[in-house]
Ligand binder design. Sequence first.
Ligand code: FE
Length: 207
Amino acid sequence: MTKDHQDDTAPPSDIELSVKALESLLVEKGLVDQEAVDALLELHENEIGPSNGRRVVARAWADGGFKRWLLDDPNGAIASMGYVGSQGDQVRVLENTDDVHNLVVCTLCSCYPWPLLGLPPVWYKSAPYRAQAVADPRGVMRQFGSEIGDNREVRVWDSTSEMRYLVLPQRPPGAEGWCEEELRDLVTRNSMIGVEEAQRPATTQTP
Ligand code: FE
């Protein structure tokens, strides 16, 4: 374990143990329901947490000037939207293009841009993802339902506590003229980690 990574494989800290003990007590006393706690965590992992990242990506898609700022000075551009705080101090934004697709992993633990994406999903912290993302990133993406053509280079980035990454997915076709708010719905948490592409607008149309 290098000092660059949070020591996530070490025994839990006093705070983590206290939180766990408190949670167990609240559940045991019937004051909270375990399912409600799990639902809350799930919400932070999948909805509330990544919503800041979605806003950043949607703004970059909608505003070329902001996109250039985001790529040149990510910390300044992100701070201008108010997203600062622990675990997000040094962020680099990786732009997906027709030639390059970027995928993020933390090979040693679970370094992650918390202010932008919230809590890391369980699979991101898992040993199989950490190993396979490096050895076979295209295979990982296939498991998430995305196929990357051989004409595109896949670059894998290893996060540390000092440098975390946000993938700027490609703006999907079919969303021309959409406003920032509408574009946000196409930005998935997983597309900002790079294991999948952004969603395409629904193609279903009433005849
Ligand atoms: Fe790490």
